[in-house]
Ligand binder design. Structure first.
Ligand code: ZN
Ligand code: ZN
Length: 274
């Protein structure tokens, strides 16, 4: 099956607030997102469809047709306030996790019989998004960064072998990277908060793992890399092992950018490569 994806952009305001909670309870759970005036985002929506290829046109579905269908759906949200101008968030908080399910229902219902909605990804901002495929659990992802020095040098190899294998990465005085870590969690959405995980808790948990690496030298200052090379592969496994238990079974995927060109993915020891 071929999957075709089209990207859409729209802008909307929203506010996290439950009328049936006290102001203090709203503040405690939603923090700065409770501002009575609302705040806003440039949302990006990736719509993926699949289906039998039309033999004559060679397409799953005419992109112009898809564009018209999705734009009709998005018209209801674009340059609007999600809480007040749409009927979908009267009894649920307009979180990315809830919003993506609303969009799924609206888009799936409008597609012609020969096409099927395969996947939606909704970015609330470039470093925060949700994924939904209509049947499984919702996924929520967020990007974090840390800046560390390191040196690729394996204790199991002699100096000459290290120089040969790692080249300039073996420089004795080290070098460094702005690492970007993508953390994807998965699970049931809490119907009260509309969130898959409490964002403050997620941030705190991830920072408890990456802050000790940030602005430090991995090999010289982090015990885990004292006797194994600080390759991105070893770093991502280390991050998984530290994060998975703290995220209480919610961690679904890690992705680590060592540079903009070197990207590594890991879904835990039990995962089978796709
Ligand atoms: Zn927001
Ligand atoms: Zn490096």
């Amino acid at each position: 099956m071929v999957i075709a994806t089209r990207r859409f952009e729209f802008s909307a305001a929203h506010r996290y607030w439950r009328d049936d909670w006290s102001a203090a309870e709203n503040e405690r759970v939603f923090g700065p997102y409770t501002s009575p005036y609302g705040h806003g985002h440039n949302y990006t929506l990736d719509v993926s469809i699949t289906g039998q290829l039309d033999e004559r046109t060679g397409m799953v579905m005419n992109m112009t047709e898809l564009k018209a269908i999705v734009n009709e759906v998005l018209e209801e949200f674009d340059h609007k306030h999600l809480n007040f101008d749409t009927p979908y968030f009267r009894d649920q908080v307009p979180t990315t996790e809830n919003f993506i399910r609303v969009l799924w229902r609206l888009i799936a219902a409008r597609l012609p019989a020969h096409a099927r909605l395969a996947h939606l990804r909704l970015y609330e901002q470039p470093d925060l998004w949700a994924d939904y495929d209509g049947v499984g659990e919702t996924q929520f992802s967020r990007l974090y960064t840390f800046a560390s020095a390191h040196r690729l040098h394996a204790p199991a190899l002699n100096d000459e072998e290290n120089r040969e294998i790692y080249g300039k990465c073996n420089n004795p005085n080290g070098h460094g990277h702005n690492y970007t870590l993508e953390v994807t969690v998965q699970g049931e959405i809490d119907p009260a908060t509309g969130m898959l995980v409490d964002m403050a808790w997620l941030d705190q948990t991830v920072h408890s793992v990456i802050d000790p690496l940030h602005l430090h030298h991995l090999d010289n200052e982090i015990a885990a890399f004292a006797d194994r090379p600080s390759t991105a592969e070893n770093i991502i496994v280390y991050l998984w092992n530290e994060l998975a238990p703290r995220l209480e079974g919610r961690l679904a995927l890690l992705r680590l950018w060592e540079t903009r060109k070197n990207i590594f993915s890991y879904a835990g020891p039990a995962s089978v490569p796709a």
